[in-house]
Write a protein that binds this ligand. Structure first.
Ligand code: FDA
Length: 453
């Protein structure tokens, strides 16, 4: 058993925990970061297979994500634009493939008018929501008591318009079916990106990528901390009192500190034994959060063949197994890469199949967008975050019905010396790396202000 003493112990070396740790050291405090895995980065993970770089987790940066953009600049990491020249593909509910440019899918004129009306209506409501405190909206409880599906059904009788609006928030963002989260939760997701219009605009939301991969952010932040980052050290026990904490890992490493930051996905809070137990309110609150679920699929080809056909690679359909797909070709890479997403119930369904059949079904879906060539990648990879012990889903955690208005205001309230920091508790940048960094900074600033007086 080894025991060390620090001002602050940070549990979790994802972007939130590592940002907090760096900010605390800048404030002159000592830290130890305890990470369960043998790598840093958490839900950002850049790996290489057969010479192909694959972004297994978070990768895109949007222009409003100042905290992430500042961090990239500070770390000297460069970005590049997602390839987007050419026509996008939409597949309608009858399976008909249509090409389009701009944001609005090529649907029949009545449906297009409904889509535009719904986007405008949502923008107006979203503008009233403060992403930092959606529970403070005068109608928060009411909005949190109806599902997003219900709101859409009341808002329009046009099924294809509903399916498309649902896709932007449900399958594509919260990664839960639209009957499984509230209208308030949907509004938070849009408010965190600035507006509903931003979510609809793939060129905004999925604007840039990081040269070398998004995990590079965490790797560079961890390098600055040197030996203060301890890998392969899952924290099993957190002893706490008003005087401080002791974090004890599976292998017996003990960190004695004045404060602890729990920078793990909220669904993993209960993997740690607290001595004494956390208060009843946190026991309850934490049970109302659950992870969404999506499979991110990479298919690598000899060349980005779809570009020759004038396609941008951007493709959507609420009726396809892979509801959205993009050109994900790496910076300066002669190979072409497509990335597709299979969300919530579709993801459950394909995991019932053998690996071979699942691959065939997913590539079949991609071929509906890009043609037969999509069925023959030289490399294929499915990220399965649901099986990752230290994550358990993707992209992030959201509240169940009624949970956001009931518990949201307390999600980041410290318990004695324990603070909570993760992208799942962000306002701006909610569920994104940007949000993880923002919350990490804010958590560190509050602790530094207390400890440094
Ligand atoms: P994160 O989960 O990253 O880190 C938590 C760390 O805690 C992990 O390293 C974990 O191992 C560790 N841990 C857990 N329990 C522990 C214990 N008991 N003891 C010690 N350590 C423990 N975002 C974005 O901005 N753009 C994007 O394109 C995407 N796309 C995307 C795709 C996919 C497939 C995923 C899974 C996620 C994204 N995201 C994203 C989301 C983004 O990756 C995510 O919001 C951040 O990584 C969250 O950072 P945190 O630091 O909050 O948690």
């Amino acid at each position: 058993m080894t025991a060390i003493e620090r001002d602050v112990v940070i549990i979790g070396a994802g972007p939130s925990g590592l940002t907090a740790a760096n900010e605390l050291t800048k404030a002159g405090l000592t830290v130890a970061v305890l990470e369960a895995r043998d790598r840093v980065g958490g839900r950002t993970w850049t790996d290489h297979f057969d010479g192909h770089m694959i972004e297994i987790g978070g990768q895109w940066v949007s222009p409003d994500q100042d905290a992430l953009l500042d961090t990239l600049a500070e770390l000297g990491l460069e970005t590049y634009s997602r390839y987007r020249e050419g026509e996008n593909v939409y597949i309608d509910k009858d399976g008909e493939k249509r090409l389009f440019t701009g944001d609005i899918f090529p649907v029949k004129p009545e449906t297009e008018a409904e889509l535009i009306r719904l986007i405008d209506e949502l923008d107006v409501i979203v503008a009233e929501i403060d992403a930092e405190k959606p529970w403070a909206h005068p109608r928060a409880e009411e909005y949190d008591s109806i599902t997003f599906k219900h709101w859409l059904e009341e808002a329009t009788a046009d099924q294809e318009a509903r399916d498309n609006i649902s896709l932007y928030i449900g399958a594509a963002m919260i990664t839960k079916p639209d009957h499984a989260f509230s209208f308030l939760q949907a509004l938070l997701m849009a408010a965190s990106a600035g507006s509903f219009t931003h979510l609809v605009d793939a060129d905004f939301i999925l604007d840039k990528r990081v040269v070398g991969g998004m995990q590079g952010v965490s790797i560079a932040l961890a390098e600055r901390l040197g030996d203060d980052v301890h890998l392969g050290q899952p924290v099993r026990t957190l002893r706490w009192s008003e005087d401080g904490v002791v974090a004890i890992t599976a292998s017996g490493l003990e960190v004695h500190a004045k404060r602890a930051i729990l920078a793990v996905p909220p669904v993993l809070f209960s993997r740690i034994s607290y001595e004494p137990p956390l208060p009843r309110h946190q026991h309850q609150l934490h049970q109302h959060l659950s992870m969404g679920f999506v499979i991110k699929v990479h298919a690598v080809y000899e060349t980005p063949f779809w570009r020759e056909a004038g396609l941008s690679g951007t493709a959507f359909s609420p009726y396809e197994l892979s509801h959205e797909a993009y050109d994900n070709t790496n910076h300066d890479d002669p190979f072409g890469t497509l990335v597709g997403f299979v969300s919530d119930r579709n993801a459950d369904g394909v995991f019932e199949l053998s690996a071979e059949e699942r691959k065939a079904r997913i590539l079949e879906s991609l071929s509906h967008y890009y043609g037969e060539q999509a069925k023959n990648p030289v490399f294929y990879y499915e990220s399965d975050w649901g099986s990752e012990e230290w994550t358990r889903g993707a992209y992030a955690a959201s509240f169940d019905m009624g949970g956001l208005s009931r518990y949201g205001a307390d999600q980041r309230t410290p318990v004695g010396p324990i603070s909570f920091s993760c992208s799942d508790f962000a306002g701006a940048g909610y569920q994104h790396v940007d949000g993880a960094i923002r919350v990490g900074r804010e958590t560190a600033a509050a602790i530094a202000a207390e400890l440094k007086g």
